[in-house]
Design a protein around this ligand. Structure first.
Ligand code: NAD
Ligand code: MG
Length: 353
């Protein structure tokens, strides 16, 4: 039996995880948490909001599936990493914000960190068992979101409803907006750096509209391994929860004979500046990635409330990054301060936009 604690149980990832767990008698849901929706009876231990590490202490899980959205998932990520308890990580924001602290905690704890983000699960599978020195570079694919091919002028007036209509993935609202701005791929670039220890110049992002290839790893001999499949989060969720068994899922096999065309193109970094801003924040290091994430969370929430134009999401993040000091955080207290400071600056910028 594998004892699973599912955090963010009512969300898009959480609900798909419940489906996987229900189909596997060897997976036991021992604890579940949500942010505000009632979840009585969903698991032997449940918690709505509050300090999720209290729930984890009581639950004693073998695996923590962190599917909380945003910086709120950070304490649970660090809790699992410190203790060497397997962490199935959907909550990319926590790894991006706390990259260096999380890396140290992971080294100390020595547990497994299994990415649930589809691109990173794919990369993990392409990289598994390979010598680091044989790896040339990693390619993350991006669908391009609903606004691929549009110019800045055409994006000035887009509404939250338009931005929420994603072409290939059906996800929670925050990540859907992040996909429309390419901030999601920016966060994923940072996530990949901290997960796989690759320098930023060895991680490339390409647009691939159908989301069939999830990631590709190039090796020094000129070979490249890619991970393909229909876009369905049940595959990476199941991979992480049933690791290393790779159990069956209800997801259909790729039908190549039906005709499968794979198209790739370079991202439009001018129209979608949040991808380049993430790369720069990553290269600057320190708490710049934390500030990038914090400012983006504020800007996305403000956009969803109808109080910020779409293009001002990137402007808010850029201005915030120009104002923070970005000094490295020596501990969680300093990291939480850096996050709060970036939020304050972003709120001020967004209010003036
Ligand atoms: P969602 O908005 O659908 O669900 C978020 C979940 O987090 C909900 O259960 C909510 O109650 C819970 N939550 C929010 N704040 C909380 C708090 N303070 N304490 C406890 N629970 C809290 O989001 P989602 O689309 O399922 O995404 C979850 C995470 O997975 C995000 O980090 C996202 O980037 C990542 N992710 C999602 C997908 C996807 O397909 N949805 C794909 C890749 C990565
Ligand atoms: Mg992803």
């Amino acid at each position: 039996m594998k004892r699973i604690a599912l955090l963010g149980a009512t969300g898009s990832i959480g609900r798909q995880a419940l489906e996987i767990i229900a189909a596997h008698p060897e997976l036991e849901l021992v604890a579940a948490a949500s942010g505000s929706e009632p979840i009585d009876g969903l698991a032997p231990l449940t918690q709505v909001g509050g300090d999720l590490t209290e729930l984890l202490e009581r639950a004693r899980p073998d695996v923590v599936l962190n599917a909380v959205v945003g910086f709120a998932g950070l304490p649970a990520t660090l809790w699992a990493l410190e203790r060497g308890i397997d962490l199935a990580l959907a909550n990319k924001e926590s790894l991006v914000a706390a990259g260096d602290l999380a890396t140290t905690a992971r080294r100390r704890g020595g547990g497994r960190l299994l990415p649930v983000d589809s691109e990173h699960s794919a990369a993990y599978q392409c990289l598994e068992g390979r010598d680091a020195e044989t790896v040339h570079s990693l390619v993350l694919t991006a669908s391009g979101g609903p606004f691929r091919g549009r110019s800045s002028e055409e994006l000035a007036d887009v509404t939250p409803a338009e931005a929420l209509a994603h072409p290939t993935w059906n996800m929670g609202p925050k990540i859907t907006i992040d996909s429309a701005t390419l901030a999601n791929k920016g966060l994923e670039l940072l996530e990949a750096h901290f997960l796989f220890g690759l320098d930023y110049d060895r991680i490339e992002v390409v647009i691939h509209p159908t989301s069939t290839v999830h990631a590709l790893v190039r090796f020094r001999d000129g070979a490249a391994l890619a991970h393909l499949g229909y876009p369905d989060m049940r595959v990476p969720i199941s991979f992480a929860l049933t690791y290393p068994e790779r159990d069956a899922t209800p997801v259909p096999q790729l039908d190549l004979a039906a005709g499968l065309t794979l198209e790739f193109e370079a991202p439009d970094l001018e129209t979608f500046p949040l991808l380049g801003l993430a790369r720069r924040a990553g290269e600057q290091g320190g708490t710049y990635p934390c500030a990038y994430n914090a400012a983006n969370e504020v800007a996305v929430a403000t956009f969803l409330e109808g109080r910020l134009p779409f293009l001002a999401i990137a402007e808010t993040v850029e201005e915030t990054l120009g104002e923070v000091d970005g000094a490295p955080a020596r501990d969680l207290t300093e990291l939480v301060e850096a996050d709060a400071e970036a939020r304050r600056l972003a709120e001020r910028t967004a209010a003036a936009a």
